[in-house]
Design a protein around this ligand. Structure first.
Ligand code: SER
Length: 319
């Protein structure tokens, strides 16, 4: 039986992936960990431990004590925050990944690991439309540089030590359960809270900035699909492109107006505009679809309807 360790279970992806994995593997087999406390349902729904991925000694004890066989390492400093603290962000993003890769090398019971990469691995010299799986990669953000270096290390550990390392380059993730923190694509989540609360949103990107995005249900489904695929099908050991939906702030605002007719968005681009301008506008994920059958089903319309419904419920429950 597999025992799964989730690092960063309190985060935007972790809080949803933990629940999905507990439904598949049984609550007692999915160990949620983070450096902070988790939302109530995760803390009460199965084992939880405060654990810092930078603490390699505690990490190895934890893995051995709980007979961990799979690790999802989701903790990271995102793009916007990383530009504020470049060296710390580099250290956190890289050292934590190296701790996990080394652990997988030292503990043979660990069968596979998942680590997310990002569209941030691409840069201003990358073709921006339908960005291919294999292309020019010259990221100019700390976050992107750390993700690209991480991808190379994933590939290296697979090649050299036969670690079953698997990864997805997530686009911007949109969800209502846990808000993201410090990313460039975060506007696409913030906008729903401000639209519902105030009917008004000031976007930190210009209205025509197209970026690839994905609804969380699709991201969770694809991640589990990748992890459950036969190892022989996974031929890319750096990280897979995953497309989702591509839209601009203006297009998202137009969808929101269908539910909140008086909604107004203004744009005041800040330093994150330059980050967005260096990233793809849309992604070609045909390699992932061919090799392990990744499928994304939510459109911009589906995603907006669900976000409006769920964020409304959440805000109502809080007030
Ligand atoms: N959503 C992330 C960010 O904006 C990209 O991976 O930093």
């Amino acid at each position: 039986m597999d025992n799964i360790l989730i690092i960063g279970a309190a985060g935007q992806i972790g809080s949803e992936l933990t629940i999905a994995l507990r439904n598949i593997y049984g609550a007692d087999h999915v160990f949620a960990t983070d450096i902070k406390h988790l939302p109530q349902d995760i803390m009460e729904g199965g084992p939880f431990q405060l654990l810092d991925v930078m603490d390699d000694k505690r990490l190895i004890h934890f893995v051995i004590r709980h007979k961990i066989t799979q690790i999802y390492h989701l903790a990271a400093v995102l793009s916007g925050n990383a530009e504020r603290i470049p060296i710390q962000a580099w250290n956190i993003n890289m050292d934590s990944l190296m701790n996990i890769l080394d652990l997988a090398k030292e503990v043979p019971e660990i069968r596979k690991i998942f680590w997310p990469s990002s569209i941030a691995v691409f840069g201003p010299t990358t073709p921006r439309d339908n960005t291919p799986q294999f292309t020019v990669m010259e990221p100019n953000t700390v976050y992107g540089i750390s993700k690209l270096a991480g991808e190379r290390w994933m590939q290296y550990y697979h090649q050299r030590y036969h670690i079953d390392a698997r990864s997805i380059r997530y686009p911007g993730l949109i969800s209502y359960k846990t808000e993201p923190g410090g990313g460039t694509t975060d506007y696409a989540v913030e906008i729903f809270y401000d639209a519902i609360r105030h009917g008004l949103y000031e976007c930190f990107l210009s209205e025509d900035t197209a970026l690839p995005m994905m609804f969380m249900d699709d991201a969770v489904k694809s991640t589990i699909q990748l992890m459950e695929a036969d190892a022989s099908a996974i031929r890319v050991r750096s990280s897979y492109n995953l497309g989702g939906i591509s839209f601009t702030p203006k297009q998202l605002a137009a969808e929101i107006i269908r539910y909140i007719p008086d909604f107004k968005m203004t744009c005041k681009p800040d330093f994150r505009q330059a980050i967005a301008d260096s990233w793809p506008r849309s992604i070609d994920d045909s390699v992932a679809r061919r090799q392990w059958g990744s499928t994304c089903s939510y459109s911009l319309g589906d995603m907006t309807r669900i976000m409006i419904e769920e964020v409304r419920k959440k805000i109502k429950a809080k007030d």
